[in-house]
Design a protein around this ligand. Structure first.
Ligand SMILES: Cc1cc2nc3c(=O)[nH]c(=O)nc-3n(C[C@H](O)[C@H](O)[C@H](O)COP(=O)(O)O)c2cc1C
Length: 191
């Protein structure tokens, strides 16, 4: 089972990096599998630490893809790292095993500390729709445009029926990314 989360890490000289990752659990360890190249991968390999942040604010999934930095960060309690300030829960992690691979290595991390900050409020279809579109946007250059537009049309139903202001804001950023991509393809075709 894959859980969609936000992974925060820091570089050797303390620069924070925050980005969405699907993680899985294996034998009590958190497994993160970044495609190379990845800033998250370099950061975890150099510091040995990361934080998994659990949030229902889907703007945090969309913002890194739309080039909007996440600035509301707090120092982690037990490791050399940062976490989102406003979130449901977080897990502070220590790297214990690394399986390298040409395209997608696997990082195995032990949970050294975890905290619950706010209760889970229930599922929301618009949040799921934003996460689906975020995955498509993270693969914008590798997926056919027709697939992205077709799925976006379907996902719009959940947005129209169930979104709140945060979901609408995140959705808007992602739609803009798709529109910019479409415009770039059009001008490539004209050139
Ligand atoms: C919901 C979601 C899950 C993602 N899961 C992964 C993942 O498991 N591995 C990965 O390499 N990128 C994943 N991505 C894409 C990364 O967030 C994005 O490409 C990011 O830039 C990773 O590279 P970085 O470490 O250099 O930031 C995911 C994106 C979304 C929206």
């Amino acid at each position: 089972m894959i859980y969609e989360t936000i992974v925060s890490s820091i570089s050797d000289n303390g620069v924070p990096h925050v980005t969405p990752f699907g993680i899985r659990m294996q034998d009590g360890l958190v497994v993160i599998a970044p495609f190379k190249p990845s800033t998250t991968l370099s950061n975890i390999l150099s510091t040995g630490h990361a934080v998994v942040n659990l949030t229902d604010d889907v703007r945090i999934f969309a913002a890194p893809l739309a080039g909007k930095p996440i600035i509301d960060l707090t120092t982690a309690s037990k490791i050399n790292g940062v976490r989102l300030t406003d979130l449901l829960a977080h897990k502070e992690l220590k790297l214990v095993k690394f399986e390298d691979d040409e395209t997608r290595p696997q990082l195995f991390l032990e949970i050294v500390h975890e905290e619950q900050h706010q209760p889970f409020q229930g599922f929301n279809r618009a949040q799921a729709a934003v996460i689906e579109l975020a995955v498509l946007v993270s693969r914008l250059k590798r997926l056919p445009l027709e697939k992205i537009c077709g799925e976006m049309n379907y996902l719009t139903i959940a947005i129209e029926k169930t979104a709140g202001p945060k979901e609408l804001e995140a959705w808007g950023w992602l739609v803009e990314m798709v529109e910019n991509h479409k415009a770039a393809l059009r001008s490539e075709n004209l050139a």
